[in-house]
Design a protein around this ligand. Structure first.
Ligand code: DP6
Length: 352
């Protein structure tokens, strides 16, 4: 009896320059580049165990304890890309075990609410791709792995790196240059903090993929965003990160979130992700910054009403004390994370 297994953990990332729009839906090639910060608290990550064995008779995948249908899924697409990479190694070295032919079992847990708008798919695909690459002993770096994770979910390409990460849109039709790269490591600016305000844990009103296609197809404001404004903001944001200029970082983050929601509103029919509470958070943040006479706090919203606030550790007491009356329970802010990590373990339990 033989089984090999790896477990990997991967963190979430929250974009500060948003990915919104695909030029190729199947390969998840974006219309514009994006930038994010990789974040975690001690217990908010995706954890994925993968095992292969000649005894497994079919590929199986459990997400949060529930068996998923793998046929035609993006998960199996990622697995198969990595199997091909493994097969190349096996062809070059006949002494290697033929793991590419063995069936796989995947057990993935998000130890945070999947529906709470915390970019769970980004962490999930990053953990999947990272763990399989270790299992297959592939000689692929994080940028090369980001290409595989991207096929699962665009934003997951950025969770292959820790710290501050850019996903370059690329130009090639096959997506070979649509990859994530590091802008700066955690050590460069480790005092960044993020707080998630869960305003609604309900499902998204419009899926990211569906929403993006609607915006690409109908918004007349969208071309200005992806052709002109985002390219300018990408370099401004990279400069702000390199200079550790929180004021510029925060302003760009808020403007880009607002513009992403503006092109959603400009889509037909309009896509409305924010609600009255989201808008109250926006007003609060501007009031806070005005009160302190400096831009110390930033908001950003993904495809839902939940707010993510960015601030620096030195301002966390002020931020948390202002938010205390409205936060249901004390929340530990997210810290900048170092990216995925993995370890091998005995897989015999998975054979049962
Ligand atoms: C608003 O990565 O979830 O969070 O590629 O279709 O899986 P798919 O979309 P996804 O979209 C994320 C959109 C966003 C912005 C961002 O994270 O950059």
């Amino acid at each position: 009896m033989e089984a090999l297994a790896v477990t990997a953990v991967a963190p979430v990332n929250i974009a500060v320059i948003k990915y919104w729009g695909k030029r190729n839906v199947e390969l998840n090639l974006p219309t514009n580049s994006s930038i994010s910060v990789t974040l975690s608290t001690d217990d908010l990550r995706a954890i994925t165990s993968v095992a292969v064995s000649p005894q497994f008779s079919e590929d199986l995948f459990w997400l949060n304890g529930e068996l998923q249908n793998l046929i035609g899924s993006k998960h199996i697409n990622c697995v198969n890309i990595l199997r091909k990479e493994r097969a190349l190694l096996e062809a070059a070295d006949p002494g290697l075990k033929k793991l590419s032919n063995w069936k796989i079992r995947i057990i993935s847990e998000n130890n945070f609410p999947t529906a709470a708008g915390l970019a769970s798919s980004a962490a999930g695909y990053a953990a999947l791709v990272f763990s399989i690459s270790k299992l297959f002993e592939l000689d692929l770096n994080q940028t090369e792995l980001s290409k595989v994770a991207r096929v699962g979910s665009g934003s997951s390409s950025r969770s292959l790196f820790g710290g501050y990460v850019a996903w370059q849109a690329g130009n090639l039709e096959n997506g070979d240059d649509s990859v994530a790269v590091e802008v700066a490591p955690v050590s460069h600016w480790p005092n960044m903090r993020a707080l998630v305000l869960v305003i609604s844990a309900g499902k998204k009103s419009v899926s990211s993929t569906g929403g993006m296609q609607r915006t690409v197809g109908t918004s007349t404001l969208f071309p200005a965003r992806h052709l002109k404004i985002v390219p300018e903001r990408m370099s401004q944001m990279e400069d702000a990160i390199r200079a550790k200029d929180f004021g510029s970082f925060a302003k760009l983050t808020m403007c880009d979130s607002n513009q992403f929601h503006a092109v959603c509103l400009d889509s037909y029919p309009p896509i409305l992700y924010l609600n009255d509470t989201s808008r109250a958070v926006i007003s609060f943040v501007h009031y806070f910054n005005e009160y302190y006479g400096a831009v110390k706090l930033a908001y950003t919203f993904d495809a839902g009403p939940n707010a993510v606030l960015y601030f620096l550790e030195e301002d966390s007491a002020q931020v948390l004390s202002c938010l205390k009356p409205v936060l249901p329970a004390a929340k530990i802010p997210f810290e900048v994370d170092e990216g995925p990590s993995g370890f091998c373990f005995d897989a015999m339990d998975m054979l049962k």
